[in-house]
Design a protein around this ligand. Structure first.
Ligand SMILES: [Zn+2]
Length: 236
């Protein structure tokens, strides 16, 4: 496959790590160009920072955490710095999203699911769809609630790095995010029922005219085909 430009358009600092980092690491390992765009400035994600820390300081802490994490992916994040928890579909927000799309000219885009739990996630999902001219994959929702993937990416090899990236967001996590990430990605792997797949990320393709075969753009695997297909009735 030719080198693809892969763009993850994610809302808050830490969403990329939880939802798509394994897939982005896999794209990188397969020689593709990866960009990470973080839409929101993170000012209302106080996490466990004390009240004495100002909103401006939170923004700068969260930028630094995102940079440290993205360095493990080998990319410099692009910050749109839209006001946290206040995203709406207005002209200014749309301009910011479409401008970065025009600059990056992606071949494939990853963003949040339109039914994800947070308004910024749902709104960004719509803004991305309305400004994208490349195929869009929706990432899993928070803890997989009401999300049934179409496609699965085996991220077993990249799980340790994904966890290390998520842990860079120290201001957000009072507990290690390992358990939450492992459970979701292990569950998605179990759905694949392949021994080699220990962890997987799940995605839905936004099925639109011309994009329906975009699953071909997902990172590839070289699994051996099974020797034979055993009927379900014989293996329970
Ligand atoms: Zn978020």
């Amino acid at each position: 496959m030719r080198q693809l430009k892969v763009v993850a358009m994610m809302p808050h600092p830490d969403d990329m790590e939880i939802l798509v980092a394994g897939t982005l690491l896999k794209y990188k390992a397969q020689g593709h160009e990866v960009h990470v765009v973080i839409a929101m400035d993170g000012r209302r994600g106080r996490g466990h920072l004390p009240d004495s820390v100002s909103a401006e300081e939170i923004v700068s802490i969260r930028h630094a955490e995102a940079r440290r994490s993205c360095a493990m992916l080998g990319v410099e994040p692009i910050f749109l710095d839209l006001e946290d928890h206040r995203l709406i579909e207005d002209r200014d927000c749309y301009e910011k999203v479409i401008t970065v799309m025009e600059q990056l000219t992606p071949d494939v885009i990853f963003t949040c699911a339109p039914n994800d739990y947070h308004n910024d996630h749902r709104c960004l999902s719509r803004l991305v769809l309305n400004s994208a001219w490349a195929p869009v994959f929706f990432a899993d929702t928070a803890c997989g609630v009401d999300f049934n993937p179409d496609y699965y990416v085996d991220i077993t090899e990249f799980m340790e790095t994904k966890l290390a990236m998520a842990r860079q967001h120290q201001s957000q996590f009072s507990e290690d995010p390992k358990e939450m990430i492992e459970i979701v990605n292990r569950f998605r792997a179990l759905q694949c029922r392949r021994q080699e797949i220990r962890y997987a990320e799940g995605f839905r393709l936004y099925k639109r005219f011309e994009w329906v075969k975009a699953y071909e753009l997902l990172p590839h695997d070289d699994y051996e085909l099974p020797e034979k297909i055993v009927p379900t009735t014989e293996r329970n």
